[in-house]
Ligand binder design. Structure first.
Ligand SMILES: *[C@@H]1O[C@H](CO)[C@@H](O)[C@H](O)[C@H]1NC(C)=O
Ligand SMILES: *[C@@H]1O[C@H](CO)[C@@H](O)[C@H](O)[C@H]1NC(C)=O
Ligand SMILES: *[C@@H]1O[C@H](CO)[C@@H](O)[C@H](O)[C@H]1NC(C)=O
Ligand SMILES: *[C@@H]1O[C@H](CO)[C@@H](O)[C@H](O)[C@H]1NC(C)=O
Length: 690
């Protein structure tokens, strides 16, 4: 009896017996067969020695480069793989050619319907028609023309992107999480006159705050007559996507393909201070990033037979790069139906082989499996056996999803993602090591984790196939080099392999649009982009991200203060809901604005028979002393030096929020705004302290 047969029989048996009882009876057999199966598949050899994954450049500084590109050693970086594909216009045409105009963009009209596909040639034709239609609207071809796009992922998104490239135009994505004000700010700053909009709701959001430069909206879906009227009242014309296409086909303007050095996109990112900043990326930047990642994936790199699922926002460069990588290799991209709760349904219908992912998705999967196991001892034992068997395989370089344990334990998880996944690229946020290892075991596919930034068009480092150790982000990719720079105030030093991550290479952006100061603050004279992330080199040449560069200032006696560190310690106090620590170089001590935890303070007040609302309690010296004493003792426990402890505080009853402008959309303190808002209270405290 062959092995597959054995497994299938067992499977059927388990289905027949059902539940844990059958499983117990089988554990002995299971252990044997797992051993038997595990000894069969051939392990893969990693493409670089795992104990030495990057190359150190000669010179006084510690600068590391990829081992995947021979010329990296001479300080050169990859820009493209073949001479004739140096722009995103050319990469798409290469995909069309090598796939022989295979399936390109997939979608489904309704949740119950199967996916339908637009082939490469049709995509190219429609994109060109759309682009020609933009020219017919009076938009001049060339990289000075910016097209806004405000839509969820869908085939039209790609038609707009490729249509714009046919005439060297630049794509500026707008996205929901920025909020309507930020969208209006972007339209204004980039002086965008035409935005492609998904639907009625998004048209309305834009019309609401439309800056004067906005002249035309091109809507993909039907809109209500009332919306049309509102737009007209503001001097904006609404056109239909398909009409632009039709008109473009008639006018048939000759293409004006872009140069590698032309901008392809301005990708706005929201920072912790002020307005979003427009990251200017050229075709060369993006092609370099995409090619470097493809190179590093070796034989695992996608090809014409692969299908990627598209659900992460196209407004982010991680998704843009993954999709453009798929188009370069002639693969297919299927779009989810737009509702993240139905992603699993879409995946079952699409059966993708490749997916980008964010840690949140894997965390959810991890929690879900653990919840299903619940308190069942037997299930837990089986899961642990399965995990340890699979982890042993992964350590030996074996990636598969056909072992006994896959069939017994992990099949449901795998089928939830369509059952055919072979490559997952995770990025955009730190991923916990236990979750990554779990995902590698459970999904049985290659999972690589990257570190990147929009400013580097996405990838900076990426883990290599065969490295099973989590909690690092791999060596630099072949389009850039990485060094760490001293951050003395946080006690990180390059000499001890720790410091701010700095990147130089073909993927590094051209600057922030119309923000010369911000640009020169991040890209130095030698072309190094300072990321603001703190990294550490591991002995095997991989990078680990360990911290984020903080706001820092010096007090008059010369001591450094890291307010965020102090705030995080004070937040451990049960009385503290939010805290903002402030200091100035002309003062010798720091002060704080504290929003008390309302329930705890009210409880305490009740017990101590102190009447009043939170506002009244905030003005009560006893309450202030209670909170301050508690904060100071938490500070001592947290290792704060005496100059790092606040000398006074002001109690404020209203929380900092996004609505009142004191927090960013990602719930971080807007420090300059807080400083300005509480200026009178801060001055008052310093007067009393002197
Ligand atoms: C790592 O590899 C480089 C060449 O890629 C070599 O020069 C270097 O000596 C190696 N380092 C170690 C510690 O093996
Ligand atoms: C796709 O278009 C190209 C260029 O027009 C043409 O050479 C090729 O034959 C087309 N392929 C298919 C399968 O239609
Ligand atoms: C595509 O990649 C898969 C997985 O690496 C491989 O099995 C397959 O042979 C490749 N197909 C082509 C046409 O290269
Ligand atoms: C890389 O180095 C780290 C730290 O020394 C070590 O824990 C890890 O096992 C190494 N990874 C591999 C794949 O050898």
């Amino acid at each position: 009896m062959n092995v597959t047969q054995l497994v299938e029989d067992m499977d059927q048996y388990l289905n027949y017996v059902g539940g844990p009882v059958g499983a117990i009876a089988l554990t002995g057999v299971a252990a044997f067969s797992a051993y038997y199966l595990a000894s069969r598949p051939l392990p893969e050899k990693p493409l670089v020695p795992l104990h030495n994954q990057s190359t150190l450049l000669p010179g006084p500084e510690i600068v590391r480069v990829s081992k995947f590109y021979r010329e990296s050693k001479e300080g050169k970086f990859i820009s493209y793989i073949t001479e004739d594909t140096q722009t995103l216009y050319e990469t798409f045409r290469r995909g069309a050619k090598i796939s022989n105009s295979g399936p390109c963009l997939g979608w489904r009209e309704q949740p119950s319907k199967p996916y339908q596909w637009m082939h490469y040639n049709e995509t190219l034709l429609r994109a060109r028609n759309f682009g020609s239609g933009l020219v017919a609207l009076g938009l001049p071809p060339g990289p000075q023309t910016f097209i806004g796009i405000y839509s969820q992922n869908c085939p039209e998104w790609i038609l707009v992107e490729q249509g714009a490239y046919c005439y060297s135009m630049v794509i500026v994505p707008l996205y929901d999480t920025l909020g309507p004000d930020a969208c209006a700010y972007i339209v204004q700053q980039a002086e965008i006159s035409v935005v492609v909009c998904e639907d009625d709701a998004k048209c309305n959001l834009l019309i609401e705050k439309a800056p004067r430069c906005l002249r035309k909206l091109i809507t993909i879906k039907e809109i209500r007559p009332a919306t049309n009227q509102r737009a007209k009242n503001r001097g904006i014309e609404i056109l239909y996507f398909e009409d632009i296409e039709k008109n473009g086909a008639v006018k048939n303007h000759p293409e004006v393909p872009p140069q590698p050095s032309d901008l392809c996109t301005i990708c706005y990112t929201s920072g912790t201070t002020g307005n979003p900043k427009g990251v200017m990326l050229t075709h060369k930047n993006v092609v370099a990033g995409v090619c470097a990642v493809l190179l590093q994936l070796g034989e695992h790199k996608p090809n014409t037979t692969d299908v990627m699922v598209s659900f992460l926002p196209l407004a982010h460069m991680l998704e843009r790069c993954c999709e453009n990588g798929m188009y370069l290799v002639g693969g297919a991209v299927g779009f989810y139906s737009g509702d993240i709760r139905r992603l699993s349904d879409d995946m079952k219908a699409l059966r993708p082989t490749v997916t980008p992912a964010v840690p949140r998705l894997l965390n959810r999967m991890y929690d879900k499996v653990n919840n299903e196991i619940g308190s069942s001892f037997i299930k837990r034992v089986l899961l642990n056996m399965a995990l340890s068997a699979k982890e042993n395989e992964i350590k030996r370089g074996i990636i598969r999803k056909n072992s006994f344990w896959d069939k017994l334990i992990f099949r449901k998880v795998q089928e939830g993602m369509g059952g055919r996944l072979r490559l997952m690229v995770v990025g955009s946020a730190p991923l916990a090591g236990n979750v990554l290892t779990f995902a590698r075991c459970a999904l049985g596919c290659l999972i690589v984790e990257g570190y990147g930034q929009t400013e580097c068009c996405a990838p900076v480092t990426l883990t290599v196939q065969g490295d099973f150790v989590p909690e690092h982000v791999g060596p630099p990719v072949a389009c850039c080099c990485v060094k760490l720079v001293d951050v003395p105030e946080m006690e990180y030093f390059a000499a001890s392999n720790q410091g701010e991550v700095c990147v130089k290479g073909t993927n590094v952006f051209q600057g922030y649009y119309k923000e010369a100061d911000a640009t020169s603050q991040t890209i130095d004279e030698d072309g190094w982009h300072h990321t603001g992330d703190i990294g550490q080199w591991l002995p095997n040449g991989t990078l680990k991200i360990i911290d984020r560069k903080k706001h820092i200032f010096k007090l008059s006696q010369g001591e450094y203060i890291v307010p965020e560190k102090i705030e995080s310690i004070y937040c451990r106090s049960q009385y503290v809901h939010q805290v903002f620590v402030h200091g100035e170089s002309l003062k010798s001590c720091i002060v704080a604005i504290v929003v008390p935890e309302v329930d705890v303070i009210k409880c305490w007040a009740l017990e101590n028979k102190i009447p009043g609302t939170l506002s009244i309690l905030c003005a009560n010296p006893e309450v202030k002393k209670l909170i301050m004493d508690d904060m100071i003792s938490w500070g001592k426990e947290g290792g704060l030096k005496s100059f790092e402890q606040v000398k006074d505080l002001y109690l404020h009853p209203d929380p900092f929020s996004i609505q009142n402008g004191l927090l960013t959309p990602t719930f971080k303190s807007k420090r300059p705004t807080l400083r300005a808002y509480f200026k009178p209270q801060i001055e008052d405290m310093y007067v009393k302290l002197e």
